[in-house]
Design a protein around this ligand. Structure first.
Ligand code: GRF
Length: 202
């Protein structure tokens, strides 16, 4: 069976990473022309944060986790070069960013095909406070975007978006929970779309 090899990058909690690993491990996929079964394998997860909770999720899932602390590098470019060297060992078909809280420089983005998830309806609310900014806005909807990574922060081509209505009187925490649920639903589907695969429904 043909195998697609992915590496996931994360920085903290790692709930999207865990959700993707479970989804890819427990489903079967078909090529776009439905002629060939395709497996998706996560050969490695990489974090820039030695204290990330996601590291213990990897241990529990039996997924190899590499720790590359960004603090050991004196520039963004040097970290990105080290990340490229590390990724060469795994030779991924694509790299998945799942809560990876580092801006990647062209050193990385010009060489590696990667996909990111962002908790807003881009181009609205780029950056690290998207959920709070959406919550505090007068917008009727919040949402999630999955996009190709470019050297513009949260600016690459959109693969898929989904949205939820705001609920009057809802707390920020409850809104945040609904956004994360939406992320967990959307990200696997969007990655399949980007890879031109469909899931076999059993
Ligand atoms: C998610 O909201 C993701 O969209 C953003 O960072 C958060 C990561 O959460 N980029 P988790 O680590 O996957 O739980």
């Amino acid at each position: 069976m043909k195998k697609i090899n992915l590496v996931i990058l994360f920085s903290g909690n790692g709930s999207n990473m865990e959700n993707l690993i479970e989804y890819f491990n427990h489903n079967e996929f078909l090529s776009e022309d439905a002629k060939e079964k395709v497996g998706i394998q996560i050969s490695c997860a990489v974090t820039n944060n030695p204290n990330a909770y996601g590291i213990s999720r990897c241990e529990a899932l039996g997924v190899n986790c590499e720790i590359l602390p960004h603090k050991e590098f004196d520039s963004r470019e040097k970290f990105d070069e080290a990340l490229l060297t590390l990724l060469k060992k795994y030779n991924p078909d694509a790299v998945i960013l799942a809560g990876f809280m580092r801006i990647l420089s062209p050193v990385f983005t010009s060489v590696i095909k990667s996909i990111n998830i962002h908790p807003s309806l881009l181009p609205k609310y780029k950056g690290a406070n998207a959920i709070k900014e959406t919550y505090e806005s007068g917008d009727e909807f919040g949402g999630v975007s999955v996009h190709w990574v470019s050297d513009i922060l949260d600016g690459g081509e959109i693969i898929l978006q989904d949205y939820i209505p705001k609920i009057a009187g809802e707390s920020l925490e409850a809104f945040e929970d609904r956004i994360h649920k939406l992320e967990h639903n959307l990200y696997p589907t969007a990655i399949l779309k980007a890879l031109n695969l469909t899931r076999v429904i059993k």
